[in-house]
Ligand binder design. Structure first.
Ligand SMILES: [Fe+2]
Length: 235
């Protein structure tokens, strides 16, 4: 049983499925892939999206998929969150809790590749000190950027949780970076970041198999446990 904490499974809200039928195809494929718990994390960009409008749209899409799950007895638990793109001042907005997963204090944060500095790391640390459990999405994408050292320090100090994409352990172009981070014990969670059956499909099972082959069963078990544990923190 796998837990997928980063997915673009809701339809008509971002660059994930365009319609409800595609959303259902993704859900069923994830279920076949062994995923029993999914967190829906549509993009939130403060520069593009109005908060109230975004919350309402996500709630609508979530309830449609959740109704389908219940009506068809699909063995998947679905929670609602966002993948929030970092912006200056994010730690000081009143509504940050509304962007967390399922009313918890867990926030999936996407770094802004054009703005990774010591000040950004400081602000993320402020969020941690304010009680937020920040999960950094697909961290392997940023390792070559100059400000990554500061981010890496936050991960090493346990102030944030680092997530890598499953496809980086299969065929993705950030494979070397992901493997290095995992070897350095910097990665806590693997997630699919699924968008469609063609573009980043549900592939946790295959990624865990690749990780087990390369790093051994204990590393695989730890990653599976950490994802489950994070999901439990959001209940
Ligand atoms: Fe994503």
């Amino acid at each position: 049983m796998f837990t997928d904490i980063h997915s673009h499974i809701l339809h008509g809200i971002d660059d994930g499925p365009e319609n409800f039928e595609q959303s259902v195809l993704l859900l069923n494929e994830a279920s076949r892939n062994g995923v029993k718990r999914i967190i829906a994390t549509p993009h939130f960009h403060a520069s593009r999206h109005g908060l109230d409008e975004r919350l309402a749209l996500a709630a609508d899409r979530y309830s449609k998929l959740q109704n389908y799950i219940l009506e068809n007895n699909i063995p998947v638990s679905l929670l609602q969150g966002f993948e929030v793109r970092y912006f200056n001042g994010i730690s000081r907005i009143d509504s940050l809790n509304k962007l967390c997963i399922n009313g918890s204090k867990v926030l999936l944060l996407e770094l802004d590749a054009s703005n990774i500095t010591e000040a950004v790391a400081d602000e993320i640390l402020d969020m941690s000190y304010s009680g937020y459990k920040v999960v950094l999405a697909h961290i392997e994408r940023y390792t070559k950027l100059s400000g990554f050292k500061q981010i890496k320090r936050l991960i090493a100090d346990g102030e944030v949780i680092a997530q890598c994409n499953a496809d980086s352990f299969l065929s993705g172009c950030f494979g070397r970076a992901a493997q290095r981070l995992l070897k350095e014990n910097m990665v806590s969670i693997i997630a699919s970041d699924m968008h469609s059956l063609e573009h980043r499909p549900p592939n946790l099972k295959q990624a865990y198999e690749a990780i087990e082959n390369k790093f051994g069963p204990k590393v695989k078990s730890r990653l599976i446990y950490k994802a489950e544990n994070l999901f439990d923190m959001c209940l």
